[in-house]
Design a protein around this ligand. Sequence first.
Ligand code: FAD
Length: 412
Amino acid sequence: MIPRGSTGAVTTMPDYDIIILGAGLSGLSLACHLVGSSWRDRTILLVDKVVKERDDRTWCYWGSTPTLFDAAVFRTWDRLRVAGAGFERALDLGDYRYRMIRGADFYRHARALLAAHDNVAFAQGVIEHVDDGPGGARVIIDGRAVSATWVFDSRFQPAELRDDEARYHTLKLHFKGWEIETPEPAFDPGMPTFFDFRTPQAGEVRFFYLLPLTERRALVEYTLFAPRVLPRRDYEDALRQYLQSTLGVSSFHVLREEGGVIPATDRPFPRRAGEHVMNIGTRGGRVKPSTGYAFMRVQQDSAAIVASLARHGHPFDVPAGPHRYRLYDSILLDIMCRHGGQIGPIFTAMFARNPAERVLRFLDEVGPVWENLLLIATLPPRLFLESIGRAVGRVPAAAGPGGSAVRRSSHV
Ligand SMILES: Cc1cc2nc3c(=O)[nH]c(=O)nc-3n(C[C@H](O)[C@H](O)[C@H](O)COP(=O)(O)OP(=O)(O)OC[C@H]3O[C@@H](n4cnc5c(N)ncnc54)[C@H](O)[C@@H]3O)c2cc1C
């Protein structure tokens, strides 16, 4: 139900200051950042086709600074385990912590935070269309029009991922996970597995990920970077095989499943979708293509959008990030596309030969150039050199309103 409504074009007075399309990670994060800012009294409408309450996903992220969602954190670890062929290591995360938030806890926490603000409304409905215009943007929800000065759009369907092999690398990061319980203690609750490449690679990137919740309970995921998703049974066979043969867990009970398909591509995701419309979340390119992580990037983006609104009255002055990191992503995607089976050795070398904090800074896109070069020098050189040339031509230059990034101070 949409609390307010209007028909026709946006005229003098939009219905809301802000409409956020999609009340998932990026939509709720942006709303929570807004109510903590000088825009706290602006009218905000969040629209989603579903009321998100289920544990539909588990977010993990690493960080050394607080977020608005710390109270929703379910587990925190200071170590991570990585494994590959003939290699296994426990990493000390230094100042970083690896944190886990269950989907249902995130949604509940965000909604509770927003409930304290009666200028924030929720509507359930299917968003059909967005029209941009001079006075604002108009959104059609279940056939009814609602307008706002600013619209933030997080709708994304994996089917929208088009392959354009000649210009971009386009893979899907897809996975299936089981939350399982075992009759006997089987897991070290202090040690999540960031990746375990001990599984046939079939020329693709294939690994397992494991979050130990207790000694008898864990979320274990079979994850691939590959052009095509697998039949359901293949994920399940691989999970069973890993649990039984690699971990020696022969008896377990599946409590819950989760899975997903995330874009892994250097194709630009336009940030600006019109005069008054900005893409956020996956749709706005906030998923890091070479890792699939988005949680912290979405928090940083939400903070940057709010800072831009407060400073300029428009949301578009958000940092694009150093251009070289687009190149590193593109190089890794090129290797994934052409020599997927080599990513296991590359990632294990990265963690074997560098302190974990250096690798995490690299993946966070915050390390200085000299530190990037130190890290790259520890990786097998041949594949990198081969892929650099192929990647350089594909990485878009820091793009303007229609590209992957938004110019600084670019309101037009
Ligand atoms: C299972 C899973 C696990 C993940 N784990 C991690 C992790 O551990 N760490 C990490 O950093 N990232 C993770 N990710 C990646 C990323 O953080 C998530 O995909 C994240 O939810 C992306 O945020 P978003 O706002 O773009 O999309 P979403 O959170 O999916 O929100 C989009 C919302 O838009 C709504 N919507 C879409 N179309 C319409 C429409 N037409 N009308 C109305 N509503 C619509 C949807 O219902 C949805 O609620 C994971 C992704 C998945 C799928």
